[in-house]
Design a protein around this ligand. Structure first.
Ligand code: SF4
Length: 476
């Protein structure tokens, strides 16, 4: 009799750091012989990799635990683990609150999953949170979700104290990885055919080499962009105040640094920015945006914005609208302010009624939709290079990403371009959130290794679920 393969299911909320952590969690379980599944009812281990940046996401994860624990009725050995920022924030309380929860694993303890699972199998309900000084990055122990984009942690945690933000307490103080380790991981990814590298950190451009403090993020960009096989290089999330002229210079030097930067501004009002503790004014931000565009005229900027921050007046909100109008972001991620436990903003007073905040959000989104439509319309008639990442819904079209992070759909034709290849696309039509085009052949620079299978264009901010993955083979 053949036994059923054991399976794991991961649901991920939040930022790219969480996405990568989910890949690290999955990789450890695959090494133990478990296979991924997209169906929680098939799983022997369910992991919820949570986000606590907004209250809504936090509530969602607890309601999801409530749903999944019902599965234990037919499968008493099923393990359910809470991971990510809510795990760090709630710790022991999460176990008290949720009877069906087996363990709690904070973001800095991701590498301890196997040990925690074993302890649970022996009967202990484990809480593994906190911030060990040593972190281990097993570069060959990741279940990479994309076959084309390889994410690489360069800095973890955050030492800033933006008054609205819970991240410093859930992800801990900054820890930078040594340059040599990052280079080794990028080489490993390139050797395995990853054409696009994304460097990750909560404040990625605050990176410094812990072994040589003269080396900063400009040096890191310079080194990684120059590595053979790095066809595209992205990095996220940049902190405006930490950008230096030397970093901007790298955009001029290296054409493979993508035409896209996520640069959270949070507000267009100086007084709100001051109360947020951001350390820059709206004018500083606009000068930085202008410097970036002077270095690379085609660079697309996206941003995060909070509306309804305590004390935000109509005039403050108007300043945000005006900044958005002037900077012309390619995309914004805008949210109503959400009070987070332990943050300084709670003590500020001047709470904005939720209906006012919601109305402001709608006004802001309408403005951005108009700007985005205008920017997208400007692509019609141009040729853009696209990394082919998946099939369209009906399997007659392919989808890919431009260097500026736009999604392009184009007919697959009789001889579909291989997934993972680069194609030139002539843009025929602009939609609000994507572009429609036609193939204009292969670009001049030969693409890296290609793949026969794989799907999805990624980049969604919705919770993502574990999918059939491949684990990288051992490094060397
Ligand atoms: S820089 Fe500010 S917003 Fe970003 S993670 Fe750190 S504290 Fe949070």
């Amino acid at each position: 009799m053949t036994s059923r393969p054991r399976r794991y299911f991961v649901e991920t909320w939040g930022c790219q750091m969480n996405e990568l952590d989910s890949q690290r969690l999955g990789g450890q379980l695959m090494r133990q012989g478990l296979l991924p599944t997209q169906r929680p009812e098939e799983a022997d281990v369910i992991l919820l990799n949570s986000c606590s940046v907004r209250e809504k996401a936090e509530q969602k994860v607890f309601s999801r635990i409530g749903e999944y624990r019902l599965l234990k009725g037919g499968k008493p050995d099923l393990l359910i683990g809470l991971c990510g920022c809510v795990a760090q924030q709630e710790g022991e309380r999460a176990l008290e609150r949720m009877a069906g929860l087996d363990f709690v694993l904070g973001p800095a303890r991701v590498g301890e999953l196997v040990e925690v699972v074993e302890r649970r199998r022996r009967g202990e309900r484990v809480v593994a949170i906190g911030f060990p000084e040593e972190r281990h990055y097993e570069i060959d122990l990741l279940a990479r979700e994309s076959e084309f984009k390889g994410m690489v942690t360069v800095i973890e945690g955050c030492d800033k104290r933006c008054t609205f933000c819970i991240v410093p307490s859930t992800r801990g103080p900054e820890i930078c990885r040594p340059l040599a380790d990052i280079v080794a991981e990028v080489r490993h990814l390139v050797d395995h055919g990853f054409a696009e590298i994304e460097l990750l950190g909560q404040t990625v451009n605050h990176w410094r080499d812990p072994r040589d403090s003269t080396l900063d993020f400009a040096d890191l960009l310079d080194r990684i962009a120059a590595l053979p096989g790095v066809r595209r290089l992205r990095f996220v999330t940049s902190y405006p105040r930490d950008f230096t002229p030397r970093m901007i210079e790298q955009l001029r030097r290296h054409g493979n640094i993508c035409d896209y930067l996520h640069l959270p501004v949070q507000s267009g009002s100086d007084s709100v920015l001051r109360r947020m503790g951001r350390g820059y004014g709206a004018g500083d931000y606009e000068r930085l945006a202008a410097d970036l565009r002077a270095a690379r005229s085609t660079v697309a900027l996206s941003t995060d914005l909070i509306v309804g921050f305590p004390g935000e007046t109509d005039a403050d909100f108007q300043a945000t609208l005006e900044l958005v109008e002037r900077v012309r972001f390619a995309a914004i991620f805008a949210f109503c302010y959400s009070e987070r436990p332990g943050t300084a903003a709670i003590r500020l007073g001047g709470a904005i009624p939720s209906e006012v905040a919601k109305e402001r959000l709608q006004v802001l989104l309408r403005l951005q939709n108009r700007i985005q439509a205008e920017i997208n319309a400007g692509f019609v008639g141009r040729e853009l290079e696209v990394l082919v990442t998946g099939w369209g819904r009906d399997r007659t079209t392919l989808a890919g990403r431009t260097s500026c992070h736009r999604i392009v759909h184009f007919p697959a034709g009789d001889r579909p371009a291989p997934l993972g290849s680069f194609q030139r696309c002539r843009i025929l039509r602009a939609l609000p959130h994507s572009l429609l085009g036609e193939s204009a052949g292969e670009p001049e620079i030969p693409a890296g290794p290609r793949f026969e299978a794989g799907e999805g264009v990624g980049g969604s901010r919705e919770p993502s679920r574990s999918s059939p993955l491949r684990v990288l083979a051992s490094a060397r």
